[in-house]
Design a protein around this ligand. Structure first.
Ligand code: AMP
Ligand code: GLY
Length: 421
């Protein structure tokens, strides 16, 4: 198949890599891709969605897979579908589950899907009034997309009110903060679950755990994610079933009733409180770095799953997963997540150890290529992934691989998967 992948991160690299590893030959295109995806296919430079759809038609692209949320919220799926192209991802309307937290919370409330008690409003009086009924910590969220920064966990009522005022005035997040959500703080452990959906049917992938904070022991600022592992032993069959019955099924049925059937990846951020799964948030795409550890656990052909999902035929296939565990450790650049960093050449040692060659690999993200050399160009640079029969084995292998990657200012957590060990 000829397949186009939208995005430039480790997530998109890992999807491309997994498709390349299938038994069948595929031709891959990335828009825009990164300095390493051009080893898997062809990087494009077409920033306009209409022009991209023209490219897809002219080049007989059979399937387009959308990685990040921004093109989804912009409506790239609607544009491609109007041209009769096959594309995997939610419509602009369905992408509001991520694009607007107000839409998401009101949807959850309407269909009785468990979530934290909340109020959404643009009135400072109403928001303050509800804040006064809660005890600290108090969670304050901006409605729109804020690059993962729109959630404040306030440690006092004063701090919560300051966050509310600064969001409403546009000072913190511009228009994304015009509406604000205040909600109760949930105390439990967090999970990421991913359902690949075709509007009606879905395939639930093994549950993962992300590590959002920059530093060991979950200290330091929030990031896009510094590492992940799956499957997590923190989930048993009963919990999976609760997520299926109480969250995924009613969400797919509800979105049909809303006239916006959900196709694509439903990423459910879950807080488990006293054994009960509560929905923290929805995203409408794979998590990054969760995608990088889930892709190597899929033993059925990935391109077929995405194609079937994009053509509303998921019910026809069975998807199998490896019995192994995967651990991914993110290596970020010096100034992440605060600012940009000076490009630094990446040197990867040659792998001699057989187990390391066989059970580890690298997914590249913030890299460019110049003269056949790879440079770390900021943000999250790459993810070292280890596979193993136990989480410990997978983690040890991932860290052995990390030791073989060198660039100036490299930064990584040393405790990924600690909650499972
Ligand atoms: P969100 O973007 O809504 O997932 O929020 C980002 C992070 O804030 C989540 O991953 C949680 O760690 C935290 N968070 C969000 N909502 C709550 C809540 N109601 N209670 C506790 N933590 C929360
Ligand atoms: N790793 C969390 C996210 O992709 O949003």
């Amino acid at each position: 198949m000829k397949i186009l992948i939208l995005g430039s991160g480790g997530r998109e690299y890992s999807i491309g890599r997994a498709i390349k590893n299938e038994n069948v030959e595929h031709e891959l295109f990335f828009q825009p891709g990164n300095g390493a995806t051009d080893n898997l296919g062809t990087n494009l430079d077409i920033n306009n969605y209409d022009e991209l759809a023209d490219f897809a038609k002219e080049n007989e692209i059979e399937l387009t897979i959308v990685g990040p949320e921004a093109p989804l919220v912009d409506g790239v799926v609607d544009i491609f579908k109007k041209e009769g192209l096959t594309i995997f991802g939610p419509s602009k309307e369905a992408a509001q589950l991520e694009g607007s937290k107000v839409y998401m919370k009101n949807f959850l409330a309407k269909y009785n899907i468990p979530t934290a008690r909340y109020i959404e409003s643009d009135s400072i009086e109403d928001l303050f009034k509800f804040t006064n009924t809660l005890s600290a910590p108090i969670v304050v969220k901006a409605d729109g997309l804020c690059g993962g920064k729109g959630v404040i966990i306030a440690q006092s009522h004063d701090e919560a009110k300051k966050a509310i005022s600064e969001m409403l005035s546009g000072k913190s997040f511009g228009d994304a903060g015009k509406k604000v959500i205040v909600e109760e703080f949930l105390d439990g452990y967090e999970l990421s679950m991913f359902a690949v959906c075709d509007g009606e049917d879905y395939i639930l992938l093994p549950a993962a755990q992300d590590h959002k904070r920059l530093l060991d022991g979950d200290e330091g600022p929030n990031t896009g994610g510094m590492g992940a592992y799956a499957p997590t032993p923190l989930v048993d069959e009963e919990l999976y079933q609760k997520v299926r019955d109480r969250i995924i099924r009613p969400t797919l049925d509800g979105m049909q009733k809303e006239g916006a059937p959900f196709e694509g990846v439903l990423f459910i951020g879950i807080m488990v409180v006293d054994g009960e799964p509560i929905t923290l948030e929805f995203n409408v795409r794979f998590g990054d770095p969760e995608c990088e550890i889930l892709m190597p656990l899929m033993t059925s052909p990935l391109s077929d799953m995405f194609y079937k999902a994009a053509t509303n035929r998921l019910g026809e296939i069975q998807v199998e997963f490896s019995k192994e565990y995967a651990v991914g450790v993110v290596m970020a650049s010096e100034n992440y997540p605060y600012g940009s960093s000076t490009p630094a050449e990446i040197i990867v040692d040659e792998v001699h150890h057989e187990a390391i060659a066989k059970y580890t690999h690298i997914s590249y993200a913030g890299v460019t290529k110049d003269d056949d050399k790879l440079y770390a160009t900021g943000g999250r640079v790459l993810v070292c992934i280890g596979l193993g029969e136990t989480i410990k084995e997978a983690r040890d292998r991932a860290y052995l691989r990390c030791g073989q990657v060198h660039f100036a200012g490299k930064k990584l957590r040393t405790d990924i998967a600690y909650q499972a060990l």
